[in-house]
Write a protein that binds this ligand. Sequence first.
Ligand code: GAF
Length: 388
Amino acid sequence: MSSPIPDQAGLVLEAFAAAYGGAPDGVWQAPGRVNLIGEHTDYNEGFVLPFAIDRSARVAVRARPDRRVRLASTYGREGVVDLGPDGITREAARGWTVYPAGVMWALRQRGVEVPGFDLVLESNVPLGSGLSSSHAIECAVAISLAELSGAQLSTEELVLLTQRAENDFVGAPTGIMDQSASLRATAGHAVFLDCRDQHAELIPFDAPAAGLTVLVVDTKVAHSHADGGYASRRAACELGAEVLGVDALRDVASADLAEARGLLDEVTFRRVRHVVTEDERVLRTVDALRSEGPAAIGPLLDESHASMRDDFEISCPELDLAVETARASGAVGARMTGGGFGGSAIALVPTTAAASVRDEVAAAFARAGYREPEVFSVSPADGARRLL
Ligand code: GAF
């Protein structure tokens, strides 16, 4: 007896049949994430605390007998993109196809014999929203191609492989937080990750049981990690570590900051101070969750936002307005999430106040003349897996 088709797979199966005819070998799914706290700490070998959200990318894939790669999505108008009989080059990949192409490239670089394949992507992680839409695609593609190639790759290896795709193919110098959340997450938990050695612990994060809801405010201000802002923050951190004589900013404690101030120029000092204090906030958040639960972490979220706005300078007026309005309307804490320069903020709000916070934020955006934001709740979901 065949097993029933999971609801979530219906759309991508239909699109697969329309694009290529027939059925795929399987359907794989990987979620986006919000980061509860720990921003721009991952590439400084520090700590992060993301959770996977209940929005995912799904890919339907069928291996081919040759090395041709064909890609299609439910996004839009490009139809089937044929990457050619043999090659995966950066030039041939356009728009979203750069993510599957990058993963394919990284697998082949690693010596995995990836067959050609036909793929359809469907995703409900809003693109460019700071919720890791690109890593959701990369992780879904990575687990599907690894399985179809018969490659046994550990989670640690998949994390580094997708990072390589992002860094060396897509051209975004990102760290390992997003794909770690997507690959490691478990429903009801946040992933406490030490980015130095990839040691991960699942921390229970049950906001509803505490009468709380996590709201996402997607400001609709598009951002890209391949733009200069992200890279320049990373460069400042590397400069700071070099001048301070440490391997990574993870090795600087807040007690060292007074001395660091005398050694660094003013801007680099503030970048360093953000990372050092943010690492400590992650540790304090984990302690607070363990000892008191979600209601206790509000002030840490607020401090994190202030540090990103003032020291790391990666917020924007729309993110600040979302955070301030959410707080003024009853949030226990709020902060921008992800790489910054646009994207989304999160607010931890009493569930009874969620609707009014959403309305207040929308009204404040309208008064300011900003684009209408999308405000929705998220809860910690399971990580990447085969659906079918
Ligand atoms: C983006 C990157 F992809 C992550 O690696 C991380 O650096 C994050 O920005 C900032 O914390 O999501």
